[in-house]
Design a protein around this ligand. Structure first.
Ligand SMILES: N[C@@H](CCC(=O)N[C@@H](CS)C(=O)NCC(=O)O)C(=O)O
Length: 263
């Protein structure tokens, strides 16, 4: 039996849940409360020393890192295949997931924390906030999180994060003008991987980023029509998070607009 350690609103967990749903794989639910610090508890660190979700356990085998988990699932449970058959399309798929791991995920953390989630953490007070960050094992991640939470849209990471998304959406628009899905005509792990990140921009009220990029909302609509999207996203709602992202996203929208139109 597969077991997934995850969180309802985590983008990395949404990506793995969508991959599991595409393959119609049942899994045992271990939901972590990231605001309560479940990811930093010693029992969980034995599974995932990075103190992050998701973690997959398959028959005793522990797999971490969402991109690795998705590829593992496609190896271990090959049907339906989520990596394109043709080598060039498979390389395109990997280029999408590679840049996601290298830059897009960090940019998302900056936008999400800088705009909205910081407000859930600032109310903890200084002592608890410091302790939470002391327990983050990755120093670069710790520093970035601290900056985003304490400075918000004035964080030194914010401008680059907004620009990175603008560039991403321009690349996505170009790809989707050529083919139905990101890596080509086959639905792939590139699509399951980006579904959470575009959903996050939507929740943060940043839809203006695709105002002049018509293929992106069409792709997003096609994604949301899939059964797997319902199982990965809609089945794990968090109204408090939606509300916070909407309210704070509307407040931050002009700042993001000003950054991306400053070129
Ligand atoms: N590279 C990791 C990133 C995982 C990650 O950043 N997870 C976030 C949720 S999307 C998390 O657990 N955050 C909790 C924390 O930073 O304390 C992966 O792809 O699995």
């Amino acid at each position: 039996m597969l077991a997934l350690y995850h969180n309802d609103m985590s983008v990395c967990a949404q990506k793995v849940r969508m991959t599991l749903a595409e393959k119609r794989l049942p899994w045992e639910n271990h939901h972590l409360d990231l605001r309560a610090g479940d990811q930093q508890k010693s029992e969980y660190l034995k599974l995932n020393p990075n103190a992050v979700v998701p973690t997959l356990v398959d028959d005793g085998e522990v797999i971490i890192e969402s991109t690795v988990i998705c590829e593992y699932l496609d190896d271990a449970y090959p049907e339906p295949a989520l990596r394109p058959k043709h080598h060039a399309a498979r390389a395109r798929m990997r280029l999408w997931t590679k840049q996601l791991d290298e830059t897009i995920h960090a940019a998302t953390s900056t936008l999400s924390n800088g705009i909205a989630f910081r407000h859930q953490k600032l109310i903890w007070g200084k002592e608890r906030l410091e302790e939470f960050h002391r327990n983050m094992p990755n120093p670069a991640r710790r520093e970035q999180s601290w900056e985003n939470i304490t400075k918000g849209v004035e964080s030194r990471y914010f401008i680059d994060a907004a620009k990175r998304f603008d560039k991403l959406l321009s690349d996505m628009e170009a790809a989707l003008a050529q083919s139905k899905w990101l890596a080509g005509d086959e639905f792939s792990l590139a699509d399951t991987s980006y579904a959470p990140y575009i959903t996050r921009l939507d929740h943060l009220q940043l839809q203006f980023l695709w105002d002049r990029r018509p293929h992106i909302p069409q792709w997003y609509d096609r994604l949301r029509e899939r059964r797997s999207y319902g199982e990965a996203f809609d089945a794990w709602p968090n109204q408090a998070y939606y509300q916070l992202m909407k309210e704070k996203g509307l407040e931050a929208r002009d700042r993001v607009k000003a950054i991306v139109s400053a070129e």
